[in-house]
Structure formats: C-alpha cells, structure tokens
Design a protein around this ligand. Structure first.
Ligand code: KG4
Ligand code: ZN
Length: 364
C-alpha cells in the first residue's frame, strides 16, 4: 500500500492559471482545493488565445492561485510533500511561468519537484474522480486536444489515434463564428442545434473510411462555410432556422465521426481483455449531450462502462496535475532543476508524432 501524500499542483499551459492541493495515494485521492483563473476575457477580441497575453497573465496570477489553493485546503507549504507542475505540451511562455514558479518553490522549501505532462493529467483524471482501474480507454476531446489513449498504467499510454488538424472544440468555436453565434462556440452551437434539422445538410465525415482511429475536422468546417455562403447568396442572410439547421447538421457530423472512431478504438481496447472495461471521456466537448448520448449508446452495445468525470475536472485544472504526480511518484524519481518546459511533449513516445497545431497551442 502506497503512503498517502499531499501534493501542490500548478497548471499554466494554455489559458487557465490554476493551482490545487490533492491528498491521497494512487487510485484513492481527494481534491482539497482547486483554484482556476480563466483568461477568456483577455483573449476575447482576438479570436483565439494570444500566447504573449496568456504568458503575462499566468506570471501575474500564479502566486495568487497558489496562495488561494493552500488557503482553501487549509494547509501551508510545510504540509506539502511534493510540488508538481505542467512541463508541456502547451504555449511555451505559460509553461515556462509554471515550471519556474514550481522550481522556485521546490528550492525554497526543499520539497521534491515533479514535471507532469498535461495530457497525462487529463488521461489520469478518472483515477482521481472515480478510482477507475487500468487499463481504460480515454477519449480526450477539447478545444486543444483530440486523442484516443489506452491508459495502461500511470506512465504507460498508447495513442490509438487523434485529430490530424483541428480539435473538435476548435471546430465548434469556428463554426459558431461562421454562423453568427457567440463564444464559446460549443454550448452556443449545441443550444442552436436543439431546434435544427440534423439531416438538412449532408456534411462530410472525414477519414470515416480510413483504417485506424485518426480524425479530421478542418474539412467539415469548410463545408459549413460553403453551405452558409450558399444560403447567404440565395437569400441575402441567415434566418434563425438556417443557423439551427447548420448547427444541428454540423454537430451530427462531429458526433458521427467521433462515434465511428470510438467503435474502432473500443475494439482495439477490448483486445487487451480488461477486467472492468471502461471508456472515459474528458475535455469540454464531452459536455455535449448529443455526443455524450451517442458514446453512451456505443458503450452499452459493447458492454463497456462509460465514465465522465465532473466537468471541473475534465477541463483544464491543476488538481489533475497534482493527481498525476501522486499516481507517478511510486514509479519515477523527482525532476531536478534542469526540468525544461516543452511546447510539444507526446504522451506516447513510441508512436509517430501528431500533425497540426491548433489555436490552443501545439498538439502532442
Ligand atoms: O477542455 P476545455 O474547457 O478547454 C480546453 O480546450 O483547454 O474545452 C473547451 C472547448 C471549447 O472549444 C468549447 O467550445 C468546447 O470545449 N465545448 C463544447 C461544449 N462545451 C464546451 N463543445 C461542444 N458542446 C458543448 N456543450
Ligand atoms: Zn487540456
């Protein structure tokens, strides 16, 4: 039985400055506090995250985030056993700010330092939220990520596939902009789609016939743009019903694409003969009810449990970084002061690198 430890986590790889305190042992952890300062309002005018603005905001807010997390957890630095920080992948200025802060704290307190892969944080979240046993299949779908990962152990991940261009959340955000809806695009498109006809536009399901689990969303976005332009040319503008139909047809195409590749990923996963087969989802897009319902149906058909951690743990946060450190500590040494911040950092180092780099930074 591994000893329970208390870890301070730091996350600053994209547009959320976060700190958290998590206590426990692998597969049995409690979030004592989790502070997240979002930056959406700082980037709202620019149509995407501006790396320089993000880095400055992280540098300004990391100290208050950490102080807040310690205070809310009712602990002081002397009660902390280790300091964990995201060391990649992400926007480099933000990652550097978090890594430097963690190094400073480690030197000042003499506590061990753990650099954590941001994607490992997401992929290990089901261990934090529900103590899910390895091996499980993880579908990570957010504004910056889209990957199927076989989680075999705390530091043993196999990437079965992922997007070769945009992340699905990015596509939702762009489509919302194209059809005149607000940001964040995901919830806006989902709300508009409720009154829409998903069969009005026959949008493509890219890579559907290609073997494997890779996905693509940029062609789909272009198809929505063409359909919109066609309507605008014909009637000099979009009616509310057109918006709803475009949103519903786009959402159906994303859901179908994810569903098709999920079936394939599940087949590869079930070959491992897991004792308690489970599909876990994480990321903002997993909040979409149409996508979620389809994934739940696929799991029920395959006799696989469906697990979706609470949204606050699915989107970027520092509790997942502290939890990943707790999971990995029994298997690895702490990092030294030579720990570097990395814009790209594949979780599965044995598979070929993914292509593409989205608005939320480099994809690993
Ligand atoms: O995981 P997340 O909060 O942040 C990062 O990507 O880091 O994901 C945000 C993304 C945004 O692109 C947002 O539009 C999308 O998730 N999203 C949704 C929904 N809620 C959030 N996409 C589809 N349907 C939703 N209900
Ligand atoms: Zn993330």
């Amino acid at each position: 039985m591994t000893r329970a430890v208390t870890v301070l986590g730091i996350e600053s790889s994209c547009d959320d400055t976060a700190a958290a305190v998590v206590c426990g042992a692998p597969g049995d952890m409690t979030v004592l506090s989790s502070v997240v300062f979002g930056q959406s309002e700082l980037h709202a005018d620019f149509g995407g995250v501006v790396p320089e603005i993000a880095a400055r905001a992280h540098a300004e807010r990391l100290d208050v985030s950490i102080a807040g997390a310690l205070e809310q957890a009712n602990v002081s630095l002397k009660d902390i056993d280790a300091i964990a920080a995201t060391c990649g992948p992400g926007l480099i200025g933000g990652v550097v700010a978090g890594v430097m802060t963690a190094k400073g704290l480690a030197v000042a307190t003499g506590k061990p330092l753990y650099g954590i892969n941001h994607l490992a944080g997401h992929a290990l979240t089901p261990r934090l939220s529900d103590g899910i046993s390895f091996p499980y299949l993880m579908l990570l779908v957010s504004g910056g990520h889209c990957q199927f990962l076989l989680a075999k152990g705390p530091d043993d991940f196999k990437r079965l596939g992922g997007t070769i261009d945009d992340a699905p959340g990015e596509a939702f955000d762009k489509v919302a902009r194209l059809i005149g809806l607000g940001q964040p695009g995901g919830p806006a498109v989902e709300a508009a789609a409720r009154d829409g006809n998903p069969a009005r536009f026959d949008f493509p399901r890219p890579l559907a016939n290609k073997p494997g689990c890779d996905l693509s969303f940029s062609g789909l976005k272009t198809a929505v743009l063409r359909a919109r332009d066609g309507i605008v040319d014909a009637q000099s503008g979009l009616m509310v019903q057109d918006q709803a139909d475009l949103a519903a047809s786009f959402q159906a195409a994303v859901a179908d694409s994810l569903a098709g590749k999920t079936r394939r990923a599940l087949a590869a996963y079930l070959d491992l003969a897991p004792a308690q087969p489970t599909l876990c989802v994480a990321g903002g897009v997993a909040a979409n009810m149409t996508i979620r319902a389809l994934l739940e149906t696929i799991c029920a058909e395959a006799d696989v449990a469906f697990n979706a951690p609470p949204l606050a743990l699915c989107t970027d946060n520092a509790a997942m970084i502290a939890a990943a450190a707790i999971e990995q500590m029994p298997y690895r040494e702490p990092d030294g002061m030579d720990l570097s911040a990395r814009p790209r950092m594949p979780l599965d180092t044995k598979s070929a690198a993914m292509l593409g780099s989205g608005k939320k930074g480099a994809k690993a």
